[in-house]
Design a protein around this ligand. Sequence first.
Ligand SMILES: Cc1cc2nc3c(=O)[nH]c(=O)nc-3n(C[C@H](O)[C@H](O)[C@H](O)COP(=O)(O)OP(=O)(O)OC[C@H]3O[C@@H](n4cnc5c(N)ncnc54)[C@H](O)[C@@H]3O)c2cc1C
Length: 490
Amino acid sequence: MADPRGFLRLPRVEPPQRPVADRVGDWDEVRRALPPPERNRLIRDQATRCMDCGLPFCHSTAVGCPLGNLIPEWNDLVRRDLWALASDRLHATNNFPEFTGRICPAPCESACVLALDDPAAAVTIEQIEQAVADRAFADGNVRPRPPATRTGRSVAVVGSGPAGLAAAQQLTRTGHAVTVFERDDRLGGLLRYGIPAFKMDKALIDRRTDQMRSEGTEFRTSCDVGTAPAAAQLRAAFDAVIVAVGARQAREIDVPGRDLTGIHPAMDYLVGANHECEGDGPARIRAQGKHVVIIGGGDTGTDCLGTAHRQGATSVTQLDYRPRPPDRRDDDKTPWPVRPWVLRTSPAHAEGGLRRFHVAVQRFVGDTVGEVTALVLAEVDPHRVRVGPEFEIPCELALLAIGFDGVAPGPLLDDYRLARTPRGTVDCDHRWQTSTPGVFVCGDAHRGASLVVWAIAEGRAAARGVDEYLMGISRLPAPVGPDSRPLAPP
Ligand SMILES: Cc1cc2nc3c(=O)[nH]c(=O)nc-3n(C[C@H](O)[C@H](O)[C@H](O)COP(=O)(O)OP(=O)(O)OC[C@H]3O[C@@H](n4cnc5c(N)ncnc54)[C@H](O)[C@@H]3O)c2cc1C
């Protein structure tokens, strides 16, 4: 039984970070790795703060963890120094805790009972998750789990982001012959080429896909399904297909001057920077020595911010048309355990740059050779209606981080004639099957741009849908249905 008074004795301690001056000079993770004895002590104390509250909203898929992570259970195992068992409980619901332990925005923490009065008092669940996962690898407790028997059925997974990888691992372990097809030259989807290395070391993807290879999953990179192989060819060669292609159709901005050079979708910038970090040569779009303006106040914009600082930008300004969120939870609008609408500051914000709220771009200004030199902004209301005078700021590189409009068009979706939702994502039934029999969908391609934890949850759930389709019955767990509601256990 957990320590019911631990949280009264022990304060919340945030994950330690490297000093700003050090970290902006490299691409290593912002979080500072502690020597094992110190880390173990810190994490045990933090886990001891979990009181096993009886109604753990943290692991409820409705408001907490979409994976239904058994958080109070592994917290108590860590408190009792039973790290290997904690890892087993963690892996029981999450294929890739070393990813989510680093980059999840942790809805579990805002749903923690300790956050009832003060969101800053929640158990540091994400930090504990990372430590359990990292130690499990270090101690040799994450071993390949190949299936005991083979079913003789085959599945193609298109896309190697967290959704495709989770689905592939589940289906391989249950005995199907799974091949993952990836258009990029390396595996991982947005984990590899969207999210910067300072948030998550890319070696972790290789370590996990090595484990998957040892279990029997096959990978084919630089394979654009729909072109080569053709969609019909793939369907004919496999008993089922999972479409896990993400939702990369970038939104555009329609203001005068958009055609000037120096204005790019954020993903073009981040993908280039990530390739450079992988050793693929200098990126085409670089921030060095430039006044950079990021249009969009969300996570993608914040990743551009951290990247631009590491590339030596002269100045970085991040714009958001929305009002500045409050510092504290508004209990009427977002009462606990709902995720509060509050100002979120990521480590990249502590590294410099200016955040401006309530402003929208009116036009881009260029020089005689057609390069962007400035942005004209105006204050706006929440509906983006102008309420203040125009003003100009310098801008030599503008990055558009204003969201995504569903799945990018292409022959894969057309050839399978997949029905789409009004949001531009792929529609499916309650078993994750699309309008084409034997073709399934999961992750951002189904839910729209979302989170890694949701991608893993959907990958796991779609795997069960595929297994049922192939075998008539499945014992694979599925944390959520396509409507995001929890499913009854199998
Ligand atoms: C810049 C950025 C930062 C983010 N930061 C965070 C974060 O910190 N925390 C968090 O939880 N979430 C974050 N997200 C969201 C998260 O990355 C996504 O929700 C998640 O990666 C979706 O997983 P997925 O597997 O559905 O798709 P993706 O990760 O997009 O993977 C889809 C894969 O399919 C491949 N593919 C597409 N078409 C084909 C084809 N025809 N043939 C073969 N392969 C194909 C793509 O190349 C890609 O590798 C971020 C997103 C962005 C854009």
